[in-house]
Design a protein around this ligand. Structure first.
Ligand SMILES: *Cc1c(COP(=O)(O)O)cnc(C)c1O
Length: 360
């Protein structure tokens, strides 16, 4: 068996311990004589899996009692519609557009009401987070929407926007569980799990109780109502059982690693290795303003398309995979999620140094 260092933005690297455990339990999950994939979601074995997953997640994030944890399908992208359908009582919402995922959410919001773009960083190809301390928040806005870590561009909010009392909704897909977070500051915080938590095909939405009602936009499908899933413990219909099981194992792994404060420190250490190198390199440079840099997604370029392509190819030969930047931005991007070991980042930087020496 040989594993590579996988810098994919998502689906992405998972902790080896989790993969090994899942492999061991594949044929016979704890004496049930079947795998979790073959098990009824109404069985007591599965009920225990989902209950433990929720309890461990609540513990990790210190989620207040008045928030529901929902394990939903449709990925993060379905939330782009589900959020306005459930929250747009006045049919008005404010969006801060800091990248493609925020833009897609904003465009989807326009289908349901007046979705205002109140700030953007598109003028500089989304290479920074705008000042959000005093934005023109709409008086009748049902919520203010952000994408907290911009997976494609590699930026992250260091302080949350001043929403002037409005509900904050945040997409944290690519920074979920990378550091502690004060859930009470949000109305909804959600993320697709395939970036920093588990396999693809699920989104976890943490929703404040009072936002879960029957008062949704007319025509909202049953499956798109938060209340449907909240009332049924995320099992109104068959959930993504296997994904919930793997996420649960990742939550246990995170607790064993010391929790989110420990992960934050580890992630800062990892990111620093890469950013420090980029800041002194004569060949590579980071593309993000230092004050907005993400700990999770690190885009960089050489300035030459040919050199970028050569780098990506040679890195792959050296066992450093998926370093190609997003198809819309080019260059390179290293995603260094929780499950990427420090050694992976050290190996990347050692390879970049060698490449720089050979090509300058
Ligand atoms: C990947 C990603 C999405 C889209 O996730 P899907 O699960 O594929 O719908 C949305 N937002 C952010 C920030 C992402 O990184």
């Amino acid at each position: 068996m040989s594993r590579v260092y996988n810098f994919s933005a998502g689906p992405a690297v998972l902790p080896e311990e989790v993969l090994k455990e899942a492999a061991e339990e594949m044929m016979d999950y704890r004496g049930t004589g079947m795998s979790v994939m073959e098990m009824s979601h109404r069985s007591s074995a599965f009920q225990q899996i989902i209950d433990e997953a929720e309890a461990d997640l609540r513990d990790l994030l210190q989620i207040p009692e008045n928030y529901k944890v929902l394990f939903l399908q449709g990925g993060a992208s379905l939330q782009f519609a589900m959020i306005p359908m459930n929250l747009m009582k006045n049919r008005v919402a404010d969006y801060i557009v800091t990248g493609q995922w925020a833009k897609k959410a904003w465009q989807e919001g326009q289908k349901y009401g007046k979705a205002n773009k109140i700030a953007s960083s598109e003028d500089k190809t989304f290479s920074y987070i705008p000042d959000c301390s005093d934005l023109p928040i709409s008086e009748d806005a049902d919520y203010v929407y952000i994408c907290e870590n911009n997976t494609i561009y590699g930026t992250k909010y260091k302080t949350l926007p001043n929403t002037k009392g409005k509900i904050l909704v945040s997409d944290v897909s690519s920074c979920f569980l990378s550091e502690p977070m004060d859930v009470s500051k949000y109305g909804i915080v959600y993320g697709g799990v395939q970036k920093n938590i588990g396999p693809a095909g699920m989104v976890i939405s943490i929703v404040r109780d009072d936002l879960i009602t029957d008062d949704v936009l007319e025509g909202t499908p049953t499956m798109m109502k938060f209340k449907t899933h909240a009332d049924a413990g995320s099992m109104y219909n068959t959930p993504n059982c296997y994904c919930i099981y793997i996420c649960g194992k990742v939550f246990k792994w995170l607790k064993k690693m010391g929790g989110l404060q420990a992960m934050k420190e580890r992630n800062e250490r990892k990111a620093k290795i890469l950013y420090d190198y980029l800041d002194q390199s004569n060949l590579f440079r980071g593309t993000v303003e230092p004050a907005s840099r993400s700990l999770m997604n690190v885009p960089f370029v050489t300035g030459s398309k040919e050199m970028d392509a050569k780098f990506v190819e040679e890195a792959k030969e050296a066992g450093l995979e998926n370093l190609k930047g997003h198809r819309t931005v080019g260059g390179m991007r290293a995603s260094i999620y929780n499950a990427m070991p420090v050694e992976g980042v050290e190996a990347l930087v050692a390879f970049m140094k060698k490449f720089e020496e050979e090509n300058s």
